[in-house]
Design a protein around this ligand. Sequence first.
Ligand code: ATP
Ligand code: MG
Length: 420
Amino acid sequence: MSQLRSVKGMPDRFGDMSRALRAIEDAFAKTMRASGFSEIRTPILEKAEVFQRAVGESSDIVHKEMYAFKDRDKKQTYLTLRPENTASVVRALLQAGMLDAKHDEKHFYIGPMFRRERPQKGRYRQFNQCGAEYFGCESIHADIDVLFTADLFLREIGVKNFKLVINSLGNPESRARYNTMLKNAAQIFADEWCADCQTRLEQNPLRIFDCKVPGCRALLPKLPVLTDALDEHSKERFTQVCLGLKTCGVDFEIDAHLVRGLDYYTDTVFEFVVDEGLGAQNTVLAGGRYDGLSQAMGGPSLPSIGFAAGLERLVYVSSLGLASGQEGPALYLVAADPMGREQCMKLHSQLRRKGLNVQRDLRERSVKAQMKDANRCAAKFTIVIGEREARAQIGRCRNMASGENLDINLDLEAIIEAVT
Ligand code: ATP
Ligand code: MG
């Protein structure tokens, strides 16, 4: 056996898993197109500065998890496998001159992301995300539309028992106010914070809410909540978003401790979490408003809101997931002799051109082995064709589930009618 192995945390996907991933990707594209989003595909490799400027040097994804290396050019450009796609999308649209506050840009993406974190169920080093970004609209209706669409998508792929939790981070001023409040309050527990949190408290105090260390998590309820620091405008905006969600039938809970990893989130932030099936990796979709990002990347000041969902996590909790199984072919053509094989080959090509899922034996096996193969691939019908059937242009069509047989003409219309 070959000793070659894939990279740790970067699993190969086939069978039920790849089928389930594809089903969810297709459902996502369909929902997003019907909601007015168009697809964007950006390169998997970007200059590292795209994420350093967008996500922030102090974030875990840039600081610890990014796969980065120097290119072989003279400048030794620092490149990275994208750890997320929002920054790439903003980079791409700015580069194309498509972003200004005068009109809306709504885009969705699907593809692999790379983060060097500890692999476990629902957490990989190469994983797939589907996501959406809505640029240009400052109104609460953009928040409501994006949240409604995310909720609709999860319903459409049959995710049960999920919960939407939301919060508002307010504007940059109220965030700065809160950071000071947080720093002061956190100092009371000085040594109890983990080493990472000590740094976070220096550099970006909000990130302590992302910490997974139990000791730190236990301290969080003792800290002031963001809501205390929000100004009247942000509070009112958040109230209006919540009312709008109610009007649209989107259930949610407010969690005053919810913050998101990015530096540039403003106002609405949210996560869709599931109760069971994923352990600690229970956030399936997350996002928020990031009005500061475009400017931080050298573009115009631009209202923006978006989300990203982990496709592998969705596979485990969606009814389109692993159990959905493969559909067998509608028909398996069984060749009984050389003349029958000729006839099978011809019918097979004609039926495939008509769009029928039909298979035939390519290994020139006996009739018995072919029947076994038809069973194995869960074919719904079989037709055995030999010299006699080829001459008479009549074949016996067998329903594999009921065992019923029916003689039919070997013309395309009659076959399609019998097996569909
Ligand atoms: P988590 O708190 O689970 O680490 P995150 O805040 O790092 O998530 P985001 O950067 O917001 O995640 O990415 C959006 C979604 O992508 C997550 O909610 C999750 O479903 C998925 N995701 C993130 N990291 C991974 C990973 N390493 N493997 C699989 N899915 C992931
Ligand atoms: Mg993470």
